[in-house]
Design a protein around this ligand. Structure first.
Ligand code: HEM
Length: 454
């Protein structure tokens, strides 16, 4: 591993592969883990990639360097501009795409609903949705775990974030959202996003034309939902109600366009990510009998009607932490572009350099995590990791807004499933992640068998 002392001060960017930007981009899309690992092996924990239209990005997997990036003045680091690939889905006002004061304003408006204390309002919905999705599963029949976890996390968002209770709108959203999200979920969809030349509306049957039509139907439903919320005399406990009530420093609420863009942002940022995390957790728990045994023993001591006590269970927490370490859902944080010179592990990076803490490589560092490819929840019981050593939710002023929500949901869904049902893997084989849009996810063919209802 490189250290600050080992590196001479230089204005040159850290070394990286010299192949063409297109070739590096294709590797980044097609085999991100192998590509990152090969680069670290060759160039160390600081290297520069040329990623086609995303430009040059300096990847950093050294906690010293990550600390330098994440503690730099956030006003001088832009990240929103680097997420513009998501613009067609999210819209201009999305917190993920903004920088500077407008980013700070949106974050302040969005933060209160995600405060830890508010989570309790969502606990019973999450548990009920999990039971509803699990109820049709038949004993001795396999089911697609990813599909099931996606259904849970989608329903949780529709209910707790959008606050939809009207059954027709609920159904319409359930039918529409998977089509909308397919743009980031499928490899073909991801190519549409990354390669702008393909974004042409050749009519309702063309891929882009179909996307535009689905998007306008979704927007229509979301505006209907906002109108309905505004007309209600009592404020609901869902996140949309709190967003409608929130005002900025000068007393202005969010505009309808801002509300629409943030709702879609929360959907996009929160749906696939949480579903992948849950799928991985179920895989590891059932792949490793010891882990399952310890977890079930701990859950047997918990008061399952008390969401707060479930959140505090140490082994469950360690299993969730290890799940997000070994295959982090996001391989890198949002890349940051410097608006001032940045000293990164001895390199003086000029203004306009884009840097990205590399979550995957940091989490796979043998110095921090001995035997890094082994799933060992005990690591998180034995020591505490700094926010620059363990960062599944990123950091600084861009840290995931839904972190508490996601962990809360993971723990409730897992405890509901593990105490209510018994499962086994259909095929006890190692699973490898695949790219889904900007995330890494378990493959879609992963199935488990329900062996018994408890
Ligand atoms: C296990 C689940 C999740 C993981 C692993 C995850 C991970 C991340 C990561 C790595 C970032 C980038 C942080 C950075 O650049 O420093 C991020 C940003 C974000 N996440 Fe999550 N996330 C998860 C779930 C959620 C949920 C449930 C929501 C909301 C319902 C959410 C909303 C957001 C938003 C709005 C941002 C953008 C923040 C900003 O740019 O200021 N995420 N997330």
């Amino acid at each position: 591993m490189q250290t600050i002392a080992a590196q001479p001060s230089t204005h040159k960017l850290p070394e990286g592969p010299s192949s063409s930007g297109l070739w590096q981009m294709l590797q980044w899309i097609g085999r991100p883990l192998g590509f990152m690992e090969a680069c670290r092996q060759r160039y160390g924990d600081l290297f520069t990639l040329q990623l086609g239209q995303l430009g040059q990005i300096v990847f950093c997997s050294n906690p010293v360097g990550i600390e330098e990036i994440l503690t730099a003045d956030p006003k001088k680091m832009d990240a929103g501009c680097n997420n513009s690939v998501l613009l067609p889905l999210l819209g201009n006002a999305s917190v993920i795409l903004l920088d500077g004061e407008s980013h700070q304003r949106q974050r302040q408006l969005l933060m209160p609903p995600f405060h830890g204390e508010r989570m309790r309002a969502y606990g019973s919905s999450i548990t009920q949705i999990t039971k509803d999705i699990a109820s049709p599963w038949q004993v001795n029949h396999p089911f697609d775990v990813r599909e099931a976890m996606q259904a849970i996390s989608l329903n949780v968002i529709v209910k707790t974030v959008f606050g939809v209770s009207n059954p027709e709108r609920y159904q319409a959203l359930q039918a529409l959202l998977p089509q909308f999200l397919d743009l980031t979920g499928s490899p073909a969809g991801a190519s549409l996003l990354f390669l702008r030349g393909l974004q042409k509306d050749w009519g309702a049957w063309s891929p882009w034309g179909r996307f535009l039509r689905v998007r306008s139907q979704l927007d229509h439903l979301l505006y209907q939902q906002m109108d309905e919320h505004r007309s209600q005399s009592e404020m609901g406990s869902d996140i949309l109600s709190l967003m409608l009530a929130a005002t900025d420093e000068v007393g202005n609420p969010m505009t309808d366009i801002e509300l629409r863009d943030e709702l879609v942002t929360l959907l996009l940022a929160g749906h696939e990510t949480t579903a992948s995390a849950l799928t991985w957790a179920l895989y590891w728990i059932h792949f490793l009998p010891d882990v399952k045994e310890k977890l079930i023993a701990e859950l047997a001591t918990a008061d399952l009607n008390d969401a707060k006590s479930i959140q505090r269970l140490p082994y469950l927490n360690a299993v969730c932490s290890e799940t997000l370490r070994i295959y982090p859902i996001a391989p890198i944080t949002s890349p940051r572009t410097t608006r001032m010179p940045l000293s990164l592990m001895g390199h003086n990076l000029p203004v306009g350099t884009t840097v990205a803490p590399c979550i995957y490589l940091t989490h796979r560092s043998p110095e921090l995590y001995p035997n890094p490819q082994a799933f060992q929840p005990e690591r998180f019981l034995e020591r505490q990791f700094s926010p620059y050593e363990y960062l599944p939710f990123g950091g600084s002023n861009r840290r995931c807004l839904g972190m508490t929500f996601a962990l809360f949901e993971m723990k409730l869904v897992l405890s509901t499933l593990l105490t209510g049902y018994q499962f086994q893997l259909e095929q006890p084989q190692p699973l490898k992640p695949v790219r889904r849009g900007v995330t890494l996810a378990p493959p879609s063919h992963f199935r488990m068998i329900l062996t018994q209802r408890r």
